[in-house]
Write a protein that binds this ligand. Structure first.
Ligand SMILES: *Cc1c(COP(=O)(O)O)cnc(C)c1O
Length: 454
């Protein structure tokens, strides 16, 4: 069958039977589906053979790039040896055990335990329960409340969507659930006013202290944040922010949780985002880059302070059928072997990260660009109507969508959160591919400027 016909058939089947995440079903049925069929490095091809430079590593996850046959081969071997066994009743499998040792090893002794899940959302639900179990075991059952941030993202389960700070998610399904509050995010460009970024970082961090006072320290279990907010728009906090958050958590005796689902496994040029910002979480959720998305697996890293108390808590009645799934764990082990062998974390820190920063920064001269911020291989282009006054476009979503759609049509996949253009490419991206990405982006920005939006 000819490929166009084939795509039309596939698209019709999809519209008839497949409900997608974060999608308007009606729009999707009208516009049809783009079927992706093949990937190599940072390139993905649709079923008609059109190539796209994937500036987003799938969904922030394909850190080693597409098409790494070694992962498939390792997975096939494990699949034929033992496709599944559970970790519930005092049993384990070699891949799960070896992966636990490997991942905790990257924390330099700060977090010596991991609980496995199949996703970032399940990791969120896991630490949410563990934090409450921890305080109860210590004789403080009232310490239950968790403080998170507006515009944060921690997944799509009930706890995940509640802890996340996305208004459009809260509006559906009566969220957040009880026992969760939000403070402001460290988004200097939008909210910093006349403060310097350093001053602003301290000011938003102090909202945590105020919230603890309001709720009563005896009722607060934990604070959670992504080292860099991903889905919220790659909001990179000022350097003053995380040390101050850590000080408050320690002084007020609440657990500090890092959501490392985007930042973990090299994205910021370190194994974990908290290393870059200089803080030490009590628990940290991971997923995405743990397996580069080749198979679904996530987990919660746990430090000794928490693990020692959990060990006194008796039965912990929490777990997933696929916790520590041996085939997924094998994919993760092979992914981590590649990251180590190819020194991808160091590459991001010392080589491609600085190059990416320099090239992306070159877009700051563009009239519709207010600011370019990067850390490691995360980059955000803040759009602006008037860059001298930090005035933004009236319809921020339209501005972002205009650039994103233009880029997509011309073969560059990037994402927009309101008026921030986001890039998060695979850690294997070459300098030439970074150049190509920035060239496409500039065309997208030119296109926006031509629209003369209010
Ligand atoms: C993607 C993401 C999650 C949720 O992970 P899923 O695997 O989609 O459940 C949680 N936290 C952050 C920061 C994420 O980016």
């Amino acid at each position: 069958m000819d490929p166009v016909q084939q795509l039309q058939n596939m698209s019709a089947l999809d519209a008839a039977h497949h409900i997608h995440p974060f999608c308007d079903i009606k729009d999707m049925q009208k516009n049809g589906t783009l079927i992706m069929s093949r990937g190599e490095g940072v390139w993905i091809h649709d079923s008609l053979g059109n190539p796209y430079l994937d500036g987003f590593a799938g969904l922030w996850c394909v850190n080693i790039g597409y098409g790494r046959k070694e992962v498939g081969e390792a997975v096939l071997r494990q699949m034929n040896e033992l496709p599944y066994y559970n970790t519930f009743f005092g049993t384990s499998t070699a891949p799960a055990t070896l992966l636990a040792e490997k991942v905790t090893g990257y924390t330099s002794g700060r977090m010596n335990r991991i609980f496995f899940t199949s996703s970032g959302s399940e990791a969120t639900d896991t630490w949410f329960r563990l934090a409450r179990i921890y305080w109860k075991a210590l004789g403080h059952p009232s310490k239950k409340h968790v403080i998170a941030r507006r515009n944060g993202y921690h997944g799509s389960t009930v706890a995940g969507a509640s802890l996340g700070g996305m208004k459009h998610m809260h509006e559906q399904g009566d969220l957040p659930i009880e026992g969760i509050s939000h403070i402001n995010q460290p988004y200097w460009y939008a909210d910093g006013g006349d403060l310097s970024p350093a001053e602003f970082g301290l000011k938003v961090a102090s909202e945590l202290e105020a919230k603890i006072d309001e709720l009563g320290e005896e009722n607060v279990a934990a604070f959670v944040g992504e080292p860099v907010q991903g889905a919220g728009g790659i909001i990179i906090p000022p350097d003053t922010y995380w040390p101050e958050i850590q000080r408050i958590c320690r002084e007020r005796n609440i657990l500090l949780i890092a959501d490392e689902v985007v930042c973990g496994f090299g994205r910021l040029g370190r194994w974990f985002g908290h290393e870059h910002f200089g803080f030490e979480p009590d628990m940290a959720s991971v997923a995405k880059g743990l397996s580069s998305g080749y198979l679904p697996i996530g987990g919660v890293l746990i430090n000794d302070r928490v693990a020692d108390v959990l060990a006194q808590a008796g039965d912990i009645n929490h777990g997933y059928t696929y916790s520590g799934h041996p085939v997924c764990a094998t994919a993760a082990l092979e992914n981590l072997r590649i990251i180590e062998d190819e020194k991808l974390v160091q590459r991001v820190r010392d080589d491609i990260g600085p190059y990416f920063a320099e090239r992306l920064k070159s877009l700051e001269d563009h009239p519709v660009v207010g600011q370019v911020e990067t850390v490691g291989l995360l980059g955000a282009i803040q759009l602006a109507k008037d860059k001298t006054t930090r005035q933004r476009f009236q319809d921020v979503d339209l501005a972002g969508r205009t650039v994103r759609n233009f880029c997509y049509k011309h073969g560059l996949i990037m994402r927009a959160t309101a008026d921030r253009m986001l890039a998060s490419p695979a850690l294997v991206i070459s300098r030439e591919e970074v150049d190509a990405m920035v060239r496409y982006m500039r065309h997208g920005l030119d296109h926006l400027a031509e629209q003369n939006l209010a």
